[in-house]
Write a protein that binds this ligand. Structure first.
Ligand SMILES: [Zn+2]
Length: 425
C-alpha cells in the first residue's frame, strides 16, 4: 500500500558564503535582531504606558514607515521582516497560553537568524543534494547537504550556529520507504538497548559511552578554570573560553552520533517489518522520579541510560518511518498490559523485579522459560497483532485472510491466540 501523501519535511544545508557574503549575513542577522527587539519594546511600552495591546497586524502595518526611517532594512525583503515580527507574536502567544515566560530582549548570541516565509527573496538550485542558494541583494552561496526525499521547497530559514551558517528549508514531499511483510515486537532496556521479539538484541553502541566520558572529562577541566562571575565582576579567562568550546564541540559530536545510530537502527527495523509493536514509555515520569525518594542513585542510573540512548524519540522515529512505508507502529498500554510480567505463551502474570533477567512462568501448566526482554517484546507483538485483527474484524468480517502480516514463529498457537484476541479487545 503506497499512500500518496504530501507532507512537510525540513532539510538543512550547510552554507559556504564568501568572506563578503558572510559579513553581510552577520550584518543582516544583527538587523533582524534589532527589529525583533524594537517590536518587543513597542508592545511592552504601549501596554505599560497606555494599556494598549498591540497585535501582529498593527506592527506589520508599521513596517513601511519603519523602512522609511531606516532605509537599510529595505534590502532585507519585506516578507523576511514580517516573519521576524511574527516571531515576536509567537513569543507573546506562547506567553499568553502559559507555555512560556514573558518574551525577553535578545542578544545577538541568542538570536539565530531569520526566515523567508514564502518563495520570495530566495531561490534554490538543487535536486536534494548540494547546490546553490541565492538570496536577493546578497548573492549566490554554495551549499552542501542531502535530503532523503526532495520535493517542492516552501520556506527558508537562515541559521547561524556554532560559527557556521545553515539554510533550513522546508519542502513538500511524498516520502516512500521499503518494508517487509513481517511483524516484530521491541522492548527497550538499559542493559541491551533494544531487544526484538525474534530474540535478536541490539546493544548500546560503545562509542556513546566513550563520547560521554570525554564530555565528562572536558567538563571537569572546564570547572577548574576561571569562569565569569557578574556579581564579583570577574571575567572568564581565555583558557576557560577555549575549554568551553571544546566541551560544546564534544557534546555536539555525541548528539550527532546518537541521532545517527537511532536513525540507522529504526530504519533497519522498519525495512523488514510493516507491523512494529513497542510499549508506551513514561520517560518524563522516570526522569522525575530520580529527583526524590529512596534508591535515588540506582534510579538516577536507570534514567541516565534511558536518556543516553534517546528512547524518547525511538517511538517518534518508528511512527513516521513505518507510516512512510505504509506500515504501522503501535504502542501497547504498559500499565494495563505489563509486558515484562506477562507470559508470551499462556498470558499469565509473573511478578518480577528489575534484577530478574529471565522469565520463569509461574503457571504450573505452562512453565515457559524465556529471556525477560525477549518475552516482553513477544508480548508486545502479540498484543499488536490482536489490535490489528480486531480492527480488521470491525471493517469486514470475511476478509481476515487479507492481513498482510504473516505469522512468524511458534507463538501463534491457535487456541491461545483467540484468548489473547478477546483480551486485547
Ligand atoms: Zn506461561
Amino acid at each position: 500500500m503506497l499512500l500518496a501523501m504530501s507532507i512537510t519535511r525540513r532539510v538543512t544545508f550547510r552554507l559556504y558564503p564568501s568572506k563578503t557574503q558572510a559579513q553581510k549575513l552577520s550584518y543582516w542577522r544583527r538587523m533582524h535582531k534589532d527589529l525583533y527587539n524594537a517590536a518587543l519594546y513597542h508592545r511592552k511600552t504601549e501596554y505599560q504606558k497606555f494599556g494598549n495591546r498591540v497585535d501582529y497586524i498593527q506592527q506589520q502595518n508599521c513596517l513601511p514607515a519603519f523602512k522609511k526611517e531606516w532605509p537599510e532594512y529595505v534590502e532585507l525583503g519585506s516578507h523576511a521582516l514580517q516573519a521576524t515580527i511574527k516571531r515576536v507574536d509567537f513569543a507573546y502567544t506562547r506567553f499568553f497560553k502559559g507555555l512560556g515566560k514573558y518574551p525577553r530582549f535578545k542578544s545577538i548570541r541568542h538570536y539565530s537568524g531569520w526566515t523567508y516565509p514564502c518563495i520570495s527573496g530566495w531561490k534554490i538550485e538543487t535536486e536534494g543534494k548540494n547546490g546553490y542558494l541565492t538570496l536577493s541583494n546578497l548573492g549566490r552561496i554554495q551549499m552542501r547537504g542531502k535530503a532523503r526525499t526532495w520535493g517542492k521547497p516552501t520556506t527558508c530559514t537562515i541559521v547561524f550556529r556554532n560559527g557556521y551558517w545553515y539554510a533550513s528549508i522546508t519542502v513538500q514531499c511524498q516520502p516512500q520507504r521499503e518494508t517487509g511483510t513481517g511483524s516484530v515486537g521491541i522492548d527497550l532496556g538499559c542493559k541491551e538497548a533494544i531487544t526484538l521479539s525474534t530474540g535478536e538484541k541490539i546493544a548500546k553502541p560503545d562509542f556513546l559511552e566513550a563520547g560521554q566520558n570525554k564530555v565528562k572529562n572536558a567538563s571537569k577541566r572546564l570547572r577548574r578554570k576561571r569562569s565569569s562571575n557578574r556579581n564579583k565582576r570577574v571575567k572568564a579567562s581565555r583558557r576557560w573560553k577555549k575549554e568551553r568550546l571544546k566541551v560544546s564541540k564534544l557534546q555536539r559530536k555525541v548528539t550527532r552520533q546518537r541521532e545517527d545510530w537511532l536513525h540507522k537502527t529504526t530504519s533497519n527495523i522498519v525495512s523488514g517489518n510493516s507491523l512494529i509493536a513497542g510499549e508506551q514509555l513514561n520517560v518524563k515520569g522516570m526522569t522525575a522520579s530520580a529527583k526524590k525518594g529512596k534508591r535515588k542513585k540506582q534510579k538516577a542510573g536507570l534514567n541516565r541510560s534511558i536518556l543516553e540512548v534517546g528512547f524518547g524519540i525511538i517511538g517518534d522515529l518508528l511512527t513516521y518511518k513505518a507510516a512512510e512505508a505504509g506500515g504501522f507502529y503501535l504502542e501497547s498500554p504498559t500499565r494495563e498490559l505489563k509486558p515484562t510480567q506477562r507470559c508470551a505463551q499462556c498470558w499469565e502474570l509473573t511478578p518480577k523485579t528489575l534484577k530478574d533477567r529471565t522469565h520463569f512462568c509461574s503457571n504450573p501448566l505452562c512453565g515457559h522459560i524465556e529471556d525477560r526482554d525477549v518475552n516482553a517484546a513477544q508480548v508486545n507483538v502479540i498484543w499488536a497483532r490482536g489490535q490489528e485483527l480486531a480492527s480488521l474484524d470491525g471493517e469486514s468480517l470475511s476478509s481476515t485472510s487479507c492481513s498482510k502480516h504473516e505469522a512468524t514463529g511458534d507463538e501463534e498457537a491457535s487456541e491461545t491466540s483467540s484468548m489473547r484476541l478477546a483480551w486485547a479487545r
